[in-house]
Ligand binder design. Structure first.
Ligand SMILES: Cc1cc2nc3c(=O)[nH]c(=O)nc-3n(C[C@H](O)[C@H](O)[C@H](O)COP(=O)(O)O)c2cc1C
Length: 385
């Protein structure tokens, strides 16, 4: 292990010399469009209220940041939402459940933005039927934006550009208060058949951490699920600019590790590499740094329930953002690939759910400094004639 030690020293030297910052800005300039541009003043200059609302919707949380949204804009006030079937996660999300939950979050942000312009979003879900057992080319939703004087803006709108998934260990000395957690649950407005609640019981928390660690290991031990994540990792500014989606590994340390060859896709694919081992340690610390969990479950596992869960999750996370709290989904033990069956069963049983009416979201919640933004494709890349 001589080489990694030497390389680590090189990284420290680079950082000390400010070389990493130089590397970063150099990469960002060289590689094309700014992957964070969609976060700045979304919809600026748009005349069509649909496009303005959609410029906010694309900032929704979504699994592996696949942004699988295809949009048609028929007529003057209609939106049809489809899933780009090439942007699903077949290994980690075989029934496309998580992808559907992400569509729910998209619709919620679209709705909040429409309200801001005095419009009601009339959303008809699955107008051509619910696709099962996997998604197909049928529409997820047909939407009409209708000007309505009764519509009031929602204060959560203001949190859309501040929200981000925060993968830091949370502050264990200052856990979220019961009042804050109650506000996040209420803010989710889960609606009929859905429950949204915090898990703070010390025993359940400890068991969720234990299961979560084992679930992480399962996902990494199964080649197709591991490689699905590795292939979607965007290492550093240049890769993010080229493909502003997936799992962004960003910041001066990542740039330095990339520049020295310590972190590459090949290294991440090798469980024995230093990159993989330090990744594992990072995820372990993160999971231990979880003062509370937050869960959403439905009365069934229909596509409509999955959409409702995504809408509730978006609202919960925006509410948490308004309270200075961070959230981070930890979905591994909820995944439906065969090798995950053990942790899946344990998690559902622990929290009183079943495979017929499963947990839709399992999320860490706590306090931390805001994390980095995740890249986004520009709105136009989602629009189809
Ligand atoms: C259904 C769903 C499942 C998710 N599961 C995970 C997860 O297991 N691990 C994780 O780090 N992030 C998870 N996320 C968060 C996404 O990775 C994140 O939303 C995406 O990368 C975009 O980043 P942003 O939320 O900061 O905009 C999940 C999000 C959704 C909606």
């Amino acid at each position: 292990m001589e080489a990694p030690v030497a390389t680590r020293r090189t990284i420290l030297e680079l950082l000390a010399a400010g070389g990493a910052a130089g590397l970063m800005s150099g990469c960002a300039q060289a590689a094309g469009p700014d992957p964070f541009a969609p976060w700045r003043n979304p919809g600026a200059g748009e005349k069509d209220p649909r496009r303005w609302a959609l410029a906010h919707a694309i900032l929704a949380p979504n699994p592996h940041n696949r942004q699988p949204w295809l949009i048609q804009l028929p007529g003057a006030d209609e939106i049809r939402l489809f899933v780009d079937l090439n942007r699903r996660l077949p290994a980690t999300d075989p029934p496309n459940r998580q992808i559907t939950v992400g569509c729910g979050a998209f619709l919620e942000l679209m709705d909040l933005a429409a309200r801001q312009t005095g419009r009601r979003a009339d959303i008809a879900l699955w107008p051509d039927g619910e696709p099962q057992p996997v998604l197909d080319t049928r529409a997820v939703a047909h939407v009409r934006l209708v000007a309505d004087p009764a519509v009031r803006p929602d204060p959560l709108f203001a949190q859309i550009t501040a929200r981000r998934t925060n993968r830091a260990p949370f502050d264990m000395k200052s856990p979220p208060t019961a009042d804050e957690l109650a506000r996040v649950s209420a803010g989710a407005r889960p609606g009929p058949g859905l429950t949204a609640r915090a898990v703070t019981d010390p025993d359940q928390r400890a068991r969720l951490i234990d299961i979560g660690l084992r679930a992480y290991q399962v996902e990494w031990d199964v080649k197709p699920t591991h490689m699905e994540s590795v292939d979607l990792m965007r290492i550093g500014a240049a890769e993010m600019a080229k493909n502003p989606d997936g799992i962004a590994l960003q910041g001066p340390l990542m740039e330095a590790m990339k520049a020295t060859g310590l972190i590459t896709h090949a290294a991440l694919a090798d469980p024995d590499s230093m990159a993989s081992k330090s990744g594992l340690k990072m995820w372990q610390d993160m999971l231990q740094g979880t003062p509370a969990f937050f869960v959403i479950a439905g009365a069934d596992n229909s596509r409509a329930t999955q959409i409702a869960a995504g809408r509730a999750y978006a609202r919960a996370q925006l509410t948490a953002t308004s309270l200075g709290l961070s959230m981070h989904p930890w979905s591994m033990a909820l995944q439906e690939f065969p090798e995950m069956a053990g942790p899946y069963r344990e998690t559902q049983a622990l929290l009183g759910a079943t495979p017929e009416a499963p947990l839709q979201m399992l999320v860490r919640i706590g306090r931390a400094k805001p994390g980095p933004l995740a890249p986004r494709w520009p709105l136009d890349t989602h629009i189809r004639a």
